[in-house]
Design a protein around this ligand. Structure first.
Ligand SMILES: *Cc1c(COP(=O)(O)O)cnc(C)c1O
Length: 481
């Protein structure tokens, strides 16, 4: 499989998967997308039902990756998707399932269930793709004899998932910027307790946007970027998106075990990476009925799916909510979806995303917008009040404690239930990561997987810095050598 840019570059010479893996944005600022969407036949689908998670990951990824030896890719999948890595399960779940499905109950005639994507090392769904990305990076860098220095900014989930995926890996260093004193104590402990020599935690005096700004400005110095081989592992990496498509297959098999032929998925959404993976699974031929995009108070995506108007927000307009991993001002993976929606018309995408730089675009009168329904997309939004009510309701009714993001997913899923159609809500994090909200809802602490007892008191390793671009560059230069 070869890859082109959503804005037209690479059309004459599409690149291989490994170039797209290590390259970040396409040369014209667009995002990479496969030249054509691979298909799964119904016979293949039946065969895939029997596979283990690692085997299924290999089957799906093989359709997108042909520049890594099949035996090597298979070994990388087997090394990634093990019960030892995804071990932080509920007592009722089997770690061997990797993404266990827990039935909640029948609501309005629809079997409602949770697909646990947060049993990995950092207790958020980002581990599902990031763990594989770490192994793919190590392999691709080793094969080329190259090194990379990952520079990123995080407000919590992404940074820790990246660090736990890349710790101790050959050829990789991670410089992760976070706003000093603003992450939850649990998230801080997760990141700062890492003692690996290739992980550098930098707590900056500032807010998340200041950290992101430092990353952006370091990257603008092209000579520095080249000399110090600065790279990224952000959510636009296509390898992450495609790795996420695997659990839609897995969830579909589990939810249809009792005989249903279609499944709907509800997805707590921010940067549109998770639900885009569902769209890809559907385009490959998986019979998904609805893809329910659930947002929080930052309704950029809900607004688009309801009206056809995509209006990005300024960072000052972006609300700080109690489902913080969905607090976005624009959705960084959305361009890929729009490319597909307009039938792969790169000139159109270029024009639309030039408008985005000025604030947004309006597709309401465009025939392409009709495809939204054809693709099964619906949407809704949640709020702090809904979130607390859903956490209380699910704990009371089903005895399961869910995290605030997953609660947003359930809130919106309930607006789209259909009799006889299983509704699978993606569980994107474990409640212990957001304990303050759980305590506000339930007046008791969130359950904590055994491996995380007392992590707040582990020794911490981090550097405190001002948001100073040249100091940051010096720091990198000193540690890369
Ligand atoms: C990142 C994240 C999301 C949003 O996922 P996107 O792929 O950005 O849409 C939702 N919930 C949690 C817990 C997350 O960490």
């Amino acid at each position: 499989m070869r890859y082109i840019s959503t804005r037209g570059a690479l059309a004459d010479a599409p690149q291989g998967f490994s170039d797209s893996l290590l390259g970040g944005l396409a040369p014209d600022g667009g995002l990479t997308w496969p030249v054509q969407m691979p298909r799964v036949t119904p016979a293949e689908l039946e065969r895939w039902r029997q596979l283990s998670y690692a085997e299924l990951a290999f089957a799906v990824l093989s359709k997108f990756i042909d520049d890594i030896e099949p035996a090597v890719l298979k070994a990388l999948c087997e090394k990634t998707y093990t019960p030892q890595v995804y071990c932080n399960t509920r007592p009722s779940e089997r770690a061997a399932d990797i993404t266990p499905l827990t039935a909640l109950g029948l609501e309005q005639g629809a079997p409602l269930s949770l697909l646990a994507l947060s049993n990995g090392p950092t207790l958020a769904f980002k581990d599902m793709a990031m763990q594989l990305l770490g192994n793919l990076f190590e392999h691709a860098l080793g094969a080329r004899g190259e090194q990379i220095n990952i520079l990123g900014a995080t407000s919590g989930d992404t940074g820790s998932a990246a660090e736990y995926a890349l710790r101790g890996k050959q050829g990789v260093r991670v410089f992760m910027l976070s706003p000093h004193g603003r992450m939850s104590p649990f998230q801080q402990a997760q990141m700062f307790s890492l003692q690996d020599a290739n992980i550098f935690n930098i707590a900056m005096h500032g807010v998340f946007d200041d950290c992101q700004d430092v990353v952006k400005r370091v990257n603008e110095d092209l000579a520095f970027k080249k000399q110090y081989r600065i790279g990224a592992v952000n959510s636009i990496n296509f390898a992450r998106v495609v790795a996420q498509a695997v659990y839609y297959f897995r969830g579909w098999f589990a939810a249809t075990a009792a005989g249903a032929t279609e499944v709907s998925f509800a997805v707590p959404s921010g940067n549109f990476g998770n639900v885009l993976a569902g769209h890809i699974a559907r385009r490959m031929g998986l019979p998904i009925r609805k893809l329910v995009v659930a947002t929080n108070e930052n309704r950029v995506l809900d607004e688009f799916f309801r009206t056809g108007v995509y209006r990005i927000r300024k960072s000052a307009e972006t609300l700080e909510t109690s489902s913080p991993s969905m607090d976005i001002s624009k959705a960084s993976n959305f361009e890929r979806f729009v490319f597909d929606l307009v039938g792969g018309d790169a000139a159109r995408v270029r024009e639309l995303f030039t408008q985005v730089e000025r604030g947004g675009f309006d597709l309401s009168a465009d025939p392409a917008f009709q495809r939204i329904a054809e693709y099964g997309f619906v949407s809704g939004c949640s709020s702090h009040t809904h979130r607390l009510a859903v956490i209380r309701d699910v704990a009371g009714r089903y005895g399961e404690v869910i995290d605030p993001h997953t609660a947003d997913g359930i809130k919106v899923a309930r607006e789209y239930l259909e009799p006889g159609v299983p509704m699978v809500v993606l569980e994107t994090a474990q409640p212990v990561k957001f304990s303050a909200t759980i305590e506000a809802a339930l007046h008791r602490p969130a359950p904590r997987p055994a491996a995380f007892e007392g992590i707040e008191s582990l020794p911490k390793r981090f550097e405190v810095m001002d948001t100073d671009v040249s100091a940051m560059k010096d720091y990198i230069a000193r540690h890369v050598g």
